[in-house]
Design a protein around this ligand. Structure first.
Ligand code: ACM
Length: 525
């Protein structure tokens, strides 16, 4: 028997090899499950049928060997027990999500070809005997994808969500709108996509070079257009739900709103609205604070809520610089009428209006950490991205927070120590070892305050990520490390241990044609 760790990512809380002959999957293996866990058993049956070419009807045949699901209500909802013996695999879980995570672990015990789209009946389909007990550390295990700067076709997003689910990631944060493109169909406001989903071109080179030297490289001359129809959104939401991934939609306000205002100039502050932006970076364009604008946002959010069943909705709130509010007479009069001190307080007032809209729909508000600046909305959950301070302040205030700090989990940053060896990126440096070493609970918090840190999330902003294969290059294997931070207990195995497991894990990504960045400085391919 091998003494190497089982090649599982993320590492389970407890995983022991047993000294017994391997379990051998065959065309005669039976799968049995109680009604409560049937969906996860069916997911397993479908995957095994795809990679072997054999049929595994659930609860429909006796077998020489068995995979048995057992409903055990004493376990945590996302937790599971998995025992692999020579004749029988036993999966115990309290809920479909726990059974689904057991299935993901079990798949990793089989050869990497278990993730193949082609049947391979010729392979030895064996799994080592093992005794595994597992449950996640954090309930929010997220990855954000920006579909505004560049957007990804639906099949690419499905593939991406498949791989997230294999890592037990359970939130896909979908950044759907920004200055450079509005990408979700809203029936009541067709110009959001007719106008807002199209831009003339994208910047060439790096924006900081353009800005610093005052020498613009100009645009690339390639129009970008596209959006997700409501049917496509529903399709992706259902696809993700079948993999226990919630989709968190983000509708930005009051800034990052230039595409929306290009479509409906009356929502903005300028006599002549700017077009959908063809530049990266922070923009001055803000929504105005008129009742008509909140009526618009109320309508938009009503359609968004109807598409996304997740209990949370993200309203952005980041990087809303205030010159347009400062220079607008009507906005200044409004600010005074509301009895507010400054534009930061006006932004907080704005966010509280959004909070009230969401409360009518029984949704909880999530925002970037700037929503703290003029006073935090009572029920808001804060995504701490500029560092740890946003999370610390929120948790001390009694609000929940999610750790997204850019020095550690911004996956648009470079992966190499030497940037020059990688394709153009936004800057910053988050190599795999740094990601894996990140501890999400800030040391400043008491145990009680730390309960407000509900999870951790990686970010993929796409200014320099124009294609799905580049998205995969930036995401993986850093998402594999993120999965360990999010899932494993605080005293998780170290980076060296992770690398011994990662080597096999990369074969799983290869089988699925995931275009990850080979971590050659750590493991030989
Ligand atoms: C952000 O990176 N602007 C949240």
């Amino acid at each position: 028997m091998s003494s190497a760790p089982l090649p599982l990512v993320p590492q389970p809380n407890r995983a022991a090899r047993l000294t017994q002959p391997d379990f051998v999957l065959s065309a005669d293996t039976a799968i049995n499950a109680p009604a409560a866990l049937l969906s996860s058993a069916q997911f397993l049956a479908d995957r095994l049928a795809t990679c072997t070419g054999w049929d595994f009807p659930v609860n429909a045949k006796p077998g020489e060997t068995r995979i048995k699901f057992n409903h055990l209500s004493t376990l945590a909802p996302d937790g599971y027990q998995l025992i692999v013996a020579p004749q029988e695999i036993l999966i115990s879980a309290a809920a479909p999500s726990g059974a689904f995570y057991a299935v993901q672990t079990l798949l990793q015990l089989f050869p990497p070809a278990v993730f193949d789209a082609q049947p391979r009946p010729d392979l030895p389909w064996t799994a080592p005997c093992a005794d595994i007990e597992d449950a996640p550390r954090f309930r929010w295990r997220g990855v954000m994808v920006d579909s505004s700067r560049y957007f990804q076709p639906l099949p690419a997003l499905k593939k991406f969500i498949d791989v997230l689910a294999q890592h037990k990631i359970n939130v896909f944060h979908w950044h759907l709108v920004d200055d450079q493109g509005w990408r979700i169909e809203i029936k009541k406001y067709p110009k959001l996509t007719e106008i807002g989903s199209k831009r003339r071109e994208s910047p060439r080179g790096h924006m900081a070079v353009n800005l610093r030297n005052g020498q613009s490289l100009g645009g690339d001359g390639k129009p970008i257009e596209g959006f997700y129809t409501q049917d496509e959104v529903r399709e992706l939401v259902a696809y993700a739900a079948a993999r226990h991934v919630n989709i968190l939609p983000e509708i930005e306000m009051p800034g990052h709103a230039q595409a929306a205002i290009a479509a409906y100039p009356e929502l903005g502050l300028l006599a002549e609205a700017k077009p959908v932006s063809c530049k990266w970076g922070i923009h001055e364009t803000l929504f105005n604070t008129k009742p008509e604008t909140f009526a618009f946002l109320e309508d938009v959010l009503a359609e968004v809520v109807a598409l996304f069943p997740f209990e949370y909705l993200h309203i952005g709130g980041d990087e809303a610089i205030k010159p347009q509010w400062e220079n607008d007479v009507a906005t200044q009069a409004h600010l005074k009428e509301l009895g507010l001190k400054d534009e930061h307080e006006l932004q907080s007032w704005f966010i509280r209006q959004a909070e009230a809209i969401l409360q009518k729909h029984h949704r909880k508000l999530v925002g970037w950490d700037e929503i703290l600046e003029g006073g935090l909305a009572e029920t808001a959950t804060v995504m701490s991205w500029r560092g740890l301070e946003g999370a610390i302040e929120s948790a001390k205030h009694g609000n929940d927070a999610i750790m997204c700090p850019n020095p550690f989990v911004y996956f648009d940053h470079y992966q190499a120590e030497d940037w020059g060896t990688e394709p153009l990126g936004i800057g910053g440096n988050s190599p795999l070892a740094k990601v894996h070493g990140y501890e999400p609970i800030p040391a400043e918090l008491t145990a009680e305050q730390a309960k407000h840190i509900i999870g951790v999330q990686g970010q993929l902003w796409t200014e320099y990520i124009a294609t799905p294969s580049r998205l995969e290059f930036m995401a993986f294997p850093r998402v594999c490390a993120l999965a360990e931070i999010a899932w494993c207990p605080q005293d998780r195995p170290d980076f060296a241990h992770f690398l011994t497991r990662l080597k096999t894990h990369l074969r799983r990504l290869d089988v699925q044609d995931v275009r990850y960045r080979a971590p050659l400085e750590y493991v030989q391919a």
